[in-house]
Design a protein around this ligand. Sequence first.
Ligand code: ADP
Ligand code: MG
Length: 241
Amino acid sequence: MTQLHSVSIKDLSLNFGSVGVLKDLNIDVADGEFLVLLGPSGCGKSTLLNCIAGLLDISEGQIFIKGKNVTWEEPKDRGIGMVFQSYALYPQMTVEKNLSFGLRVAGLPKAEIAKRIAAAAEILQIGPLLHRKPAELSGGQRQRVAIGRALVRDVDVFLFDEPLSNLDAKLRSELRVEIKRLHQKLANTMIYVTHDQIEALTLADRIAVMKGGLIQQLDDPLTIYNRPRNLFVASFIGSPA
Ligand code: ADP
Ligand code: MG
């Protein structure tokens, strides 16, 4: 009996030219799990996330999402939504248009689009902002809208790449709580990249600690914290961000 894995990464390697950036990675993410990829700058976190999203072609291996081999599928056909560090909102469009754009392109009926936007606005508390443009929003509000854009697409898997690292400490801790609440409410699979130990320890069901394109340890936060497998994990998890 195999457990249903939402995302499976099999023997994945990625080289940029002759440089190996990801080295024979194997990760199974359970359905509904919150997995954090944690590691120092340059260890390959974003590269791995971009491979899962289909934004980079891998050199070797396979990627499965909900049991389907998506290794060569287009990003839009993978059932994933991605939230980046920079908000990547369309500056000329209102929040509402930013949220609906992808759905309109996909040809969803107007009533369905309105329903999804209302639901996302409620969850993320951005209802009063729907008619503003990105320039009229704070950093935290922009990041909520960016999350909303993934939310309205009704995807199986959310991918986050350091979504809070441009925000100040207070907003960071507020949005951390919100992302946790979102996960509890939606119960879908989330893969979340950060170099911030506190974020990892508070958000994750499991943490994959990465260094140099390799996974050093993949365990639940308590195990990582109390029983680090090597000196790197111990010193990285023990030092403040
Ligand atoms: P992280 O997100 O953990 O900070 P990245 O995944 O962005 O790390 O980068 C991992 C490594 O790959 C780094 O050494 C980086 O310099 C290198 N790298 C990232 N993107 C490219 C690229 N397009 N071409 C060549 N090297 C790259
Ligand atoms: Mg990165």
